[in-house]
Design a protein around this ligand. Structure first.
Ligand code: Q9C
Ligand code: ZN
Length: 679
């Protein structure tokens, strides 16, 4: 399965603003050519399938826009400079050029080709690199550099073409991570419950463009569409990786999984990235890899990225590369910086959750009191919070001196960062150690471990364990582990008959090989305790049995009460396990899957899939003898051959939600990503 790339290259050096317009001077052709050059440099072009672009038709454009407006745009094709300027002035922050109409049609067409490639199953996912952007444009108006609403047209097109075929409503999720509010998309789907629109945006209590009341968190949709519009206002600049990940974990992902879309469209603007003059935010390029990875878990991986904003050429280009690399299934990069969301972000998260409580089961036990007052107060004093700001790298305030200094600093930072990042890709994805009887059932892409001898492995286990360590099974398992650590493979799986003992061997070997931080997740009815007290191992025990042991920072027991239906412990994954894991930032993840009757294969697969975002995707799965289906599901996730469906959403038991809440409170000083409220 592949990733498709659409690139509107005909626009090079053509479609520019011809007259003096300080507002528009950042929207330039180099935005696209720079992305393309970076993609070439990292050899990503040849790894994608390139599809030629076409013009969108008038009918397609009129899925969203009025014919009157279409005629206005069409008429600009023949205009002279003066007229162009006059027409441009009729809209907010827009410029027209004689090629605007043609380029805008190509942007629509490219987006639709992308959707068709993904919907037809010809490809798993893809990205359209287009200009002009679309998310501000409205039925009757151009706005904010946007002429036609590419993503909104794509949603209507997909519903028309693929919804009717199946005689059912076709649910679509639109994620708008551009730093501006895509008010155009919000207006178009405001009353439509079949399109869930999510947008985060620089807002600063309505001071920031487009300064609309309708951009705040309490705009939840109208009429039948109530609950299907999610706005996350950023009331401060300087938001960074931790803030973005926190919003995904606590707002977008729970709602998106409950919504269960069949297609995900992303208004992928990169003005929310570090160094952007419009956004003034601090998220690094690798953050977009993680956001992409999260979204790949939805809709069986049917994910279409469409470029919107992004005006710092280097930041934009590197972030686009990270996005495409992730779509292709490469290992994820480390997220840099301390993982702790800032107070202002926590307030926004709290407020959105409160505003949506009545529409979503996953928020049923939320508090309802908005924190507007608190937030307004901190804005009025205008002071940055002392303990944590979202700004882990370079805040505009910090750089302070001159814009130029800031740009240079950001550039140097990006250069260093990307060098590391792009070297990430072992030739083999998955190594497996299983008994002979199973090898014929393995997918062809996996490397079957033949086993090394103890000398090669440098095992220094002595005494009691020495004999056991010589066993073939153990040796094979350690060989897989060693390949992961040495980055010869990305991940691995080993069957084991005694999981706790195997884990002990694994941890000993990790320590010998100097792995600093190992995240261990135990799933099943076991009761493990490994608190070495040095923080080198963090153990999360997920069990249906109540444990006698009490929680410590590095030894966490997670008692998931048995459900009548098999539990997809989704809320535990996004609400607890991932926040702890992202706070810890491990170098290796070991997942042990024991005997259990409680947890569904879907739940386990989803957990594993999401944990691949950590530790540069280096994961070792130890699996105790269980059914073959689970083994196959796990291999499917590890090899990334295709994206499974992780089951539909079942709301968690009240006891379980309560348990998560308590654990979160208990541990949120230690693991900062567990905070999800500004209270
Ligand atoms: N004083 C996109 O990123 N700024 N559009 C207007 C007016 C316009 C951004 C400032 C920013 C438009 C797609
Ligand atoms: Zn933007």
């Amino acid at each position: 399965m592949q990733t498709v790339l659409l690139y509107c290259c005909c626009q090079k050096k053509m479609y520019v603003c011809l007259f003096f317009s300080p507002v528009c001077e950042i929207e330039v052709p180099e935005r696209l050519s720079s992305c393309y050059e970076h993609l070439q440099r990292y050899n990503l072009i040849e790894r994608c399938v390139s599809v030629p672009v076409r013009e969108g038709t008038e009918d397609e454009i009129m899925l969203v826009h009025s014919s009157d407006y279409l005629e206005v745009v069409k008429s600009t094709e023949k205009m002279k400079e003066e007229e162009l300027q006059k027409t441009s002035a009729e809209y907010d922050a827009v410029y027209f050029h004689p090629t605007t109409y043609r380029c805008a049609k190509l942007a629509v067409g490219a987006t639709l080709e992308l959707v068709d490639a993904v919907m037809s199953g010809r490809t798993r996912n893809g990205m359209a690199l287009v200009r002009p952007p679309g998310h501000h444009s409205q039925r009757n108006a151009a706005n904010g550099f946007c002429i036609f609403n590419n993503v909104a047209i794509a949603a209507k097109h997909a519903q028309k073409k693929y919804g009717l075929q199946r005689l059912s409503i076709y649910l679509i999720l639109i994620v708008d991570w551009d730093v501006h509010h895509g008010q155009g998309i919000q207006y178009i789907f405001d009353e439509d419950p079949s399109v869930l629109y999510f947008s985060w945006h620089r807002f600063e209590h309505q001071q920031f463009w487009p300064s609309l009341r309708a951009s705040d968190y309490d705009a939840v949709g109208q009429g039948k569409g109530k609950g299907f519009n999610i706005n996350v206002p950023w009331n401060k600049v300087g938001m960074g990786n931790a803030d973005y990940v926190a919003v995904f974990l606590y707002v977008l992902l729970p709602l998106a999984f409950e919504f269960d879309p069949e297609l995900v469209l992303v208004s992928a603007g990169y003005d929310s990235g570090i160094g952007d003059p419009e956004g003034q935010m601090c998220a690094t390029p690798e953050c977009f890899a993680h956001l992409t990875h999260f979204l790949m878990q939805l809709a069986k991986g049917k994910l279409c990225m469409v470029l919107e904003g992004g005006y710092h050429l280097r930041s934009l280009s590197e972030s686009v590369c990270m996005t495409i690399k992730t779509l292709l299934g490469d290992p994820l990069p480390h997220l840099s910086g301390e993982m702790a969301p800032c107070l202002s972000a926590l307030e926004s998260i709290h407020n959105v959750r409160a505003a949506h409580k009545q529409y979503w089961k996953c928020l049923a036990y939320e508090s309802t009191i908005p924190l507007q007052d608190l937030s307004t107060r901190s804005y009025q004093t205008g002071k940055a919070e002392s303990e944590q700001t979202g700004a882990q790298f370079i805040t505009p305030q910090e750089a302070g001196k001159s814009h130029n200094d800031e740009v240079i600093k950001t550039d140097r930072f990006l250069e260093l960062h990307m060098k590391k990042m792009m070297s990430l890709k072992p030739p083999v994805r998955t190594a497996v150690a299983v008994g002979e009887s199973l090898t014929h059932l393995l997918p062809p892409s996996v490397q079957i471990e033949k086993g090394m001898d103890a000398k090669e492995l440098n095992i220094t286990i002595s005494g009691f364990d020495a004999e056991l360590a010589k066993e073939e099974k153990v040796l094979k398992m350690l060989a897989v582990l060693e390949k992961i650590i040495k980055k010869e493979v990305t991940n691995g799986l080993a069957k084991t008959s005694v999981a706790p003992l195997s884990l002990a061997f694994v941890l000993k070997h990790c320590s010998d090989l100097n792995v600093q931080k190992v995240l261990c997740v135990f799933v099943g009815d076991m009761d493990m305790k490994i608190d070495l007290g040095d923080g080198k191992v963090l153990l999360i025990n997920i069990s249906a049995k109540q444990s006698e042991q009490s929680n410590t920072k590095y030894n966490i027991f997670f008692h998931w009460k048995e459900d009548i239906e098999t539990t997809t412990f989704f809320s535990a994954v996004t609400g607890f396990i991932l926040p702890v894991a992202y706070s810890y930032q491990p170098d290796l993840t070991v997942i042990v899957i024991g005997h259990n009757q409680t947890f569904s294969n879907d739940g386990i697969s989803l957990l594993l899939s999401l944990l691949q975002g950590l530790a540069q995707s280096q994961v070792l799965v130890l699996i105790q003898d269980t059914e073959l289906k689970l083994l196959q599901d796990i291999l499917m996730v590890l090899t990334n051959d295709f994206t499974p469906f992780f089951g539909s959403y079942t709301p968690a038991l009240k006891e379980n939600v309560q348990m998560i809440k308590e654990l979160r409170q208990q541990l949120q000083q230690e693991w900062k990503m567990l905070q999800c409220s500004g209270k």
